[in-house]
Design a protein around this ligand. Structure first.
Ligand SMILES: [Zn+2]
Length: 73
């Protein structure tokens, strides 16, 4: 595995460069699945919030209509 900073060839099992100490294995692949999981989770929570807001408006509208019918009668 070649060091991205100084170009020194390192053994495959090495985590940091033996010459300059630069990190050879990026920690990004380990954290990228987390971002892939949190995005659908966020979308689902956002959609659930919309459903809840819509339900609140529906209940408010139903109460308003019921009150309107009661007052008009
Ligand atoms: Zn290096």
């Amino acid at each position: 595995m070649r060091c991205p900073r100084c170009g020194t060839e390192n053994p495959e099992r090495k985590i940091v460069c033996r010459k300059c100490g630069a990190r050879l294995r990026a920690t990004a692949p380990a954290s990228s699945p987390v971002t892939q999981e949190t995005e659908p989770e966020l979308m689902r929570r956002l959609r659930w919030d919309l459903v809840r807001v819509g339900a609140t408006f529906a209940v408010a509208a139903a109460v308003a209509v019921a009150l309107g019918l009661f007052v008009l009668r």
